[in-house]
Every structure is written in C-alpha cells, then in structure tokens.
Design a protein around this ligand. Sequence first.
Ligand code: FPP
Length: 327
Amino acid sequence: LQVPKSRNQTSGLGMGELEIDKHVQYVLAVEKKKDDFESLVMEHLRMNGAYWGLTTLDILQKLGSVDQDAVVSWVMSCQHDCGGFSGNVGHDPHVLFTLSAVQILALFDRLDVLDIDKVSSCIAGLQNEDGSFSGDIWGEIDTRFSYCAICCLAILHRLDRINVEKAVNYIVSCKNLDGGFGCTPGGESHAGQIFCCVGALAITGSLHHVDKDLLGWWLCERQVKAGGLNGRPEKLPDVCYSWWVLSSLTIIDRVHWIDKDKLAKFILDCQDKENGGISDRPDDAVDVFHTYFGVAGLSLLEYPGLKAIDPAYALPVDVVNKIFFGR
Ligand code: FPP
C-alpha cells in the first residue's frame, strides 16, 4: 500500500494527482450558478448541495474563499416556524435538510445563530413510538432519517431530547443476516443505509450491536476489479460509495480489508482534469455530489494535503473537535 502516513506531503500517490485548484474553482462556480441544468434539477435540494460543496471546500482547505455571512443568512432564510429547514427558500422542511443546515453552520462555527431548543424540538417530534424517525410531517420512515436526527441532535448537544434506546433498537431491527442494514425492517442491505445505521450506532456509542467481521466482509466485497466500490452486489462501481462504504469500514476498523491504492486510483480517474469536478465513473459528467464523495473518500484514504474527515459526523475532524471539545 502506498498511501502516505503524513498528510503534510504534497505529492500524489504515484497514480495521478488530485486537481485541488480545479475542484475548488468548480465548486465555487456551481455555488454561483442559478440557471443551468444542474442548478435547476437541484433547486429543491440546494441545502444538501451547499453542504456537499462547502464540506468539499473545507476538506480542500479552501472554505475561506466563500462569503460566510451570505451563506449563513441564506441558510437561516430556509428555516421554518416549526424549527426545521427546507432544501431552499419556499420549500417544505425535512430532517435531511435540517441536518445539512446544522452541518453548514458547524463548518463555519456559527451554531450560535440557532435557537437550539426550537430545532431540537422539531427533530424530537419526528420520533415515532417504535423509535424510528419520520423525515417530515408526511410520515415516511427510513433509517436515513434516524441517522439525520441522531447526528443533528448530537451536534446540538441535545440527544437527551429523544429516546435513544428506542432509536437504537429500531436501527438494530433493520439489521440483516448478512450483517448489513436496510431502510426499514426486512429491507435489503444497501451501503448507503449501512453508513446511516453504523454512523448512528457510532454516535450513540452502540457499535456493540454490529457484527464487525460479518459486516466488514459484506462491505469489502463491494470493491470491483477496477478498484471502485458498488453499493450492492452486482451493481456498477460509483464514486459515491467511496464514502458510504469506506466511512462504514473506517468506523468498524476494517479499511485494511480493501485495496486502498486501487480505490484511490479509481476516484482520481473520475476527475475532470480540465474543468474540475468528479463524476460517478471515469468519463461521465461531473457533479457536486460526486465531487464531495470523491474528495471525502480520498480524505478517508489519507490522501496528502486534505483535512481529515470524521466518518460518522461527515464533517472535518477539526470541526467535530470544536463541537465536542471546544478546540
Ligand atoms: C445511496 O443512495 C445513499 C443512501 C441511501 C444514504 C443517504 C444518506 C443520507 C442522505 C444521510 C445524510 C448523509 C451525509 C453524508 C451527511 P442512492 O439513491 O444513490 O442509491 P443507489 O446507488 O442504489 O441508487
């Protein structure tokens, strides 16, 4: 394995370089664009897009290039009377966007602008009798929403507002015989859901519910010959699984079960080296979502020059340290 021990080195891994400056320019340009195809189809989930883009910039150590006050004021303009946040101004609130909003404020160390009791009451109100979480008032239940609620409340230091034991029991009820997790009890194991369940169990100190060897086996089987990872058996590799699979493997301490060099090469091969951005697979069109997951995946692989990212909170480690240790 050639992944360097030190993050201070600036050279690549001998397999192509990460085009840091081009990716920074790409993300900054996406943020400004309002009327191209990508912006229009993402209009309703702009809060997620902002979280992906801004976290990418922070991992690349370039968050300072953004007008912080303008972003914070736009984020707050997406808050509703109930305390939750929507994907854009004039849309409906949802726990997915509430987490993104809180993560963005955490990135800028501006959680002080929040009425924390109001936001946490809104999230606590989404917990159901069986411990599961709905995403919004319309009631869809999914372990993604358990993760969003738990991660958000932990960042706000308000996990005591929910029944954590029931929340954990619900997640455990979504565990399958293959060691993975699905979106509801009996749902097929899927790497995205596994990230949500393992992340939520890590945050609540409940990782003893995970069979690490069994799950580690299922997760490392996601690496295909080309080096990339897929999300389920027989699916194509996709850069987004460099995050969903790798973060889960990191949390359960089984990253050494995959070929890290080959994965790093796969991600680097998905870069648009001319205009910046990362795509799902080599030669496809780039987007901000895959740019985030590629850069975050390389951070987990300890690629030089990148900030370390926390695999459970999906925020840079220094941001998480600030939240929990004030430094
Ligand atoms: C794959 O989706 C991903 C998931 C199911 C997990 C989504 C998790 C969240 C939105 C929680 C917040 C995440 C972070 C990082 C803070 P897909 O629809 O692309 O799956 P497919 O590849 O099977 O189509």
